[in-house]
Write a protein that binds this ligand. Structure first.
Ligand SMILES: [Zn+2]
Length: 112
């Protein structure tokens, strides 16, 4: 028996090794291969996450261009000073809604 993945189109001879089982499908295997399943799960997790990676330097650049101090910016972005300060100097991830708020403040439309 072989099975073709509905996502990547690859046909696998070793169905058991390349597809996860699923109780309610006709052949008891998922329609997409393990590799695709893992990719899809990672993508979904990324989409669902409240946090996104961002560019600190860009954030700083926007703030400086707008003539804001860190303190003033934090206020304008409706954030605590320590929190914003951390985001600009050490942070790697930011809440999606916070980033949206900041970009909106500066009139930047993000395509996320
Ligand atoms: Zn696949």
């Amino acid at each position: 028996m072989s099975k073709t993945c509905k996502r990547c189109g690859v046909t696998y001879g070793d169905v058991e090794g390349n597809f996860y089982t699923h109780p309610s499908t006709a052949d008891k295997y998922r329609a997409i291969c393990k590799k695709c399943w893992k990719e899809q799960t990672n993508e979904n997790n990324r989409k669902r996450s409240k946090y996104v990676a961002y560019n600190r330097d860009y954030l700083k650049e926007l703030r400086i261009k707008a003539g804001l101090t860190v303190e003033k910016a934090a206020k304008e972005y409706n954030m605590g000073f320590n929190h914003y300060n951390y985001l600009e100097y050490k942070g790697k991830f930011i809440k999606k809604e916070e980033l949206k708020r900041i970009l909106k403040y500066h009139g930047v439309t993000n395509n996320d």
